[in-house]
Design a binder for this molecule. Structure first.
Ligand code: ADP
Length: 826
């Protein structure tokens, strides 16, 4: 308080002012209190409003958890309203730029929103979201016009924004978007508002995250669905494929069901109106299998291969031909277009059937609408085409095998028949009839003819030698029939021309076969074949078959009949040769008997004069007539010794002659084997002495009395010991005799050269000598052992030799003590 004059205030006055002062203070305090209360009331209301807003957003989020748009739009609207901003927007951060996803601006949005929604914002300091992205925090620019870095992206007139606030949407430390608020005046946002926006930002993050998860889920579901679809489709294809394979394997030998199955499956899987499988037949394609309800207009069933229709072109190009609309196809498919006009198909697909690169046909799918086939379908159709080819191949191979097996079976049957006949030939060497009978019956069976005959040539006539079948059982007359060999008869012609004559129908044959025709009409014979029996160049007979129907014989039948004819000739020849040999050997035998008898007689006759010569020589030597000088005596010794040798030879020849003519006999009587050994010993002792060889005999004690021809047995032992001495130069010759098991066993062992293994049995043959040079030196005829063997065997015994080359030989004989005379056969 002041006054213009110096008049100090009184103490009352001062007191009064002090009271006024206090009152003013109260009044001020009052007002302040009131204001504070008002403010806190406002704050509470604001908080309440904020909370409500936040919970509203949460409600939206929970109402549509998968949808981003309603949530962010609610956020934008609420944030703008609560923060008293001119506009608010939510942007998503994607691929390093910001995209507008929600915007709230009740004023005239104009070019700004349009610009924002069309132009993503880049990360750079010149704009607020970019700056937030770089700094990763909430940023407020009080006035963008006074921010040196800020760049307006529209001109000042249209961009009226002044104070701006931007909060980042962070998810696990990663920026996913921003909320941007702006005011068209310079009025910065309060701390509370900033906090509120940040809360909204968190909520937006949740919404975006939700939406993303949902989207990912959706994509996954989509993918799964797609994949499931793919799998289902693949499975369907697989099933179809394996169905077809199953059909293939079920009907290996029958193509039709397989092709039908393939056509059916292809049309079902690929949604075609029909499927046709064409196979190549010469220069044509013929429809072999068809499935579907489309008309098989005539020209479609069979067409020459050409590029002017789909199937033809598929086969020529060896690749799928896919025509989307045959109606509008070009001139190059003119024939296809014509057929399409008749049958009414549009989209047409041809798939080639390829075997080793060559097209053996094709599969054609047709649709009555324009609806091209999918790539996948074309692939599966190619699989089907391959399967069709496999099936076709299978069938072809099977048929080939069948034919081949049939052929082999027939060949085997023929071979068996031929070898059966050979068997008969082998078994009946002397008898022709069984062979000829076997041939005609086999020929009937294998050549499917009711009758077959073999006739043999006798001069100018054919005589029936064997027959089989109806004509023979029912018509005995044929057997006695004789046919003249004339060209008018099929058989006669075969003989005359020496080649098979095959007439398809004799009953209608020309005049060339007049005689046969006559007979055939009378007897109801039609197809006839006659095969000549050729020996060298000569026809010795003929084999002929007839049928009562007209059915010509196959080439195989005719060649089989030729084989049979050859076999008949062999059999005939065999029998002829056997008969000739038998006759010849009978003649030979007789001649040989004559000779043996002559030799036997001759030898016998020679012995008489020789005995006289020897007798007189002995008398002279013993001085019966007159005493003789030493020289004469020596000469007589020589005469006697040579004479005896000659007698021995004559005896041997006589024995052989007797053996050969079957006159050799034994004189059976009782004998002592000891005396046989002793006789031989004394007869050969001097020979052994002359060669300085020891001659030893070992005879067992008290041997039984034997029964046999003592003289002949002596002859055998003499021969064995004589040989032993003859062939041995040093050492000894030992003779043993013993009785074992009712047999005498007599052996002669020497220390001579021995006998090689291979000679051991042969030396017992007539005239056989081991080594002729040795025998030349030692002398001999090669007959001794043969006679010895004969004698021993006639006693029912056996003789053999054991030997070691260079060490010596042991001849042994074993004779029943009581022998029975055995007839010999040499
Ligand atoms: P040969 O009159 O030639 O002796 P054999 O029939 O008695 O006729 O004997 C036939 C052949 O057997 C003799 O030529 C000889 O080669 C052989 N041979 C027989 N005995 C003996 C033997 N003891 N040692 C060696 N070779 C023997």
């Amino acid at each position: 308080m002041a006054q213009d004059t110096v008049r100090p205030f009184t103490s009352r006055q001062i007191e009064l002012v002090e009271i006024f002062g206090s009152q003013a203070l109260i009044a001020i305090e009052n007002t302040r209190l009131f204001e504070a209360e008002q403010a806190s009331k406002r704050e509470l209301q604001e908080s309440l409003e904020y909370q409500t807003a936040i919970s509203e957003v949460l409600a939206v989020i929970s109402r549509s958890p998968n949808e981003l748009k309603p949530v962010v739009e609610t956020i934008a609207k609420t944030a703008r309203r609560l923060c008293d901003a001119t506009r608010a927007s939510v942007m998503e951060f994607k691929d390093v730029q910001f995209v507008l996803i929600a915007h709230d601006d009740p004023g005239v949005a104009g070019g700004l929103v349009q610009h924002l929604s069309q132009t993503p914002i880049k990360v750079e300091r010149g704009n607020l979201p970019g700056r937030v992205a770089l700094e990763q925090r909430t940023i407020q620019i009080p006035d963008i016009r006074s921010d040196p870095e800020y760049m307006l992206f529209v001109d000042k007139e249209r961009d009226e924004r002044r104070s701006m606030l931007c909060a980042p949407l962070m998810r696990k430390g990663e920026l996913v978007g921003v909320i941007v608020m702006s005011r068209n005046e310079v009025r910065p946002f309060s701390q509370r508002q900033i906090e509120l926006v940040e809360t909204f930002a968190d909520q937006a993050v949740i919404a975006i995250e939700n939406a993303r998860l949902f989207e990912a889920e959706q994509t996954r579901t989509c993918e799964l669905t797609e994949r499931t679809h793919e799998l289902t489709e693949a499975l369907e294809y697989q099933t179809a494929t394996s169905d077809v394979l199953a059909v293939i394997s079920r009907s290996k030998f029958d193509l039709q069901p397989t092709l039908d199955a393939i056509a059916g499956t292809a049309s079902r899987l690929c949604g075609a109106a029909d499927v046709t499988i064409f196979l190549r037949e010469g220069g044509d394609l013929r429809s072999t299998a068809h499935h579907g309800h489309m008309s098989m207009a005539f020209p479609y069933v069979r067409q020459p291969i050409g590029r002017d229709w789909v199937a033809g072109r598929t086969v020529i190009d060896r690749k799928p031909i896919h025509v989307h609309d045959l109606f509008t196809a070009g001139e190059d498919l003119s024939r296809g277009r014509e057929i399409a006009a008749l049958a009414g198909h549009r989209t047409t697909l041809g798939i080639p059937l390829l075997r080793e690169g060559a097209a053996i046909g094709c599969m054609v799918l047709r649709r009555t609408v324009v609806h091209p086939f999918a790539e996948k379908q074309i692939t599966i159709l190619q699989t089907f085409a391959n399967q069709a080819v496999i099936a076709i191949e299978n069938t072809r191979l099977f048929e080939e095998v069948q034919t081949r097996t049939g052929e082999l079976g027939q060949a085997l049957e023929y071979q068996t028949a031929i070898s059966d006949v050979l068997g008969v030939i082998g078994r009946s060497k002397f008898d022709l009839q069984p062979v000829l009978t076997a041939i005609v019956s086999t020929a009937c069976r294998l050549c499917e003819a009711p009758d077959a005959s073999i006739a043999l040539r006798r001069g100018d006539w054919l005589e029936f030698a064997a027959g089989h079948g109806s004509a023979w059982i029912n018509n005995e007359w044929i057997k006695d029939e004789k046919l003249p060999i004339e060209p008018g008869l099929v058989a006669g012609r075969a003989i005359l021309e020496r080649r098979p004559i095959h007439i398809g129908d004799v009953a209608t044959a020309g005049d060339d076969f007049a005689r046969s025709r006559e007979l055939a009409i009378a007897r109801g014979q039609r197809t006839t074949v006659a095969v000549p029996l050729l020996r060298e160049e000569e026809a010795i007979g003929c084999l002929f078959l007839r049928r009562i129907e007209v059915r010509p014989f196959s080439d195989k039948h005719v060649s089989l009949l030729e084989t049979f004819a050859d076999q008949a000739v062999i059999a005939i020849e065999n029998v002829r040769l056997f008969e000739e040999i038998a006759r010849k050997s009978r003649e030979l035998e007789i001649a040989s008997q004559h000779k043996s008898r002559f030799v036997a007689n001759m030898s016998h006759e020679l012995r008489t004069p020789l005995a006289a010569i020897l007798g007189y020589a002995e008398l002279m030597q013993e001085g019966f007539y007159e005493p003789l000088g030493q020289k004469s005596l020596d000469a007589l010794t020589r005469i006697r010794s040579n004479g005896n040798h000659l007698l021995g030879l004559i005896n041997t020849v006589l024995d052989i002659a007797k053996i050969e003519s079957g006159q050799f006999t034994l004189n059976m009587s009782e004998y002592a084997i000891e005396s046989v050994v002793e006789t031989v010993r004394s007869a050969t002792e001097s020979l052994a002495q002359n060669k300085k060889l020891a001659l030893k005999t070992e005879v067992a004690k008290s041997l039984p009395i034997g029964l046999g021809d003592e003289q002949r047995l002596t002859q055998v032992l003499l021969n064995l010991v004589g040989n032993a001495i003859k062939f041995t130069d040093t050492g000894e010759v030992r003779v043993t005799a013993k009785a074992v098991n009712g047999h005498f066993n007599v052996s002669v062992t020497d220390t001579g050269p021995g006998i090689p293994d291979r000679e051991r049995t042969r030396i017992f043959d007539l005239f056989h000598q081991v080594d002729s040079s040795l025998t030349k030196a030692k002398g001999g005829t090669g007959l001794g052992l043969a006679i010895a063997k004969q004698i021993v065997e006639m006693h029912g015994g056996r003789i053999w030799v054991e030997s070691i080359l260079g060490m010596g030989s042991t001849f042994q004989m074993e004779i029943p003590t009581r022998a029975e005379f055995q007839r010999q056969a040499l």
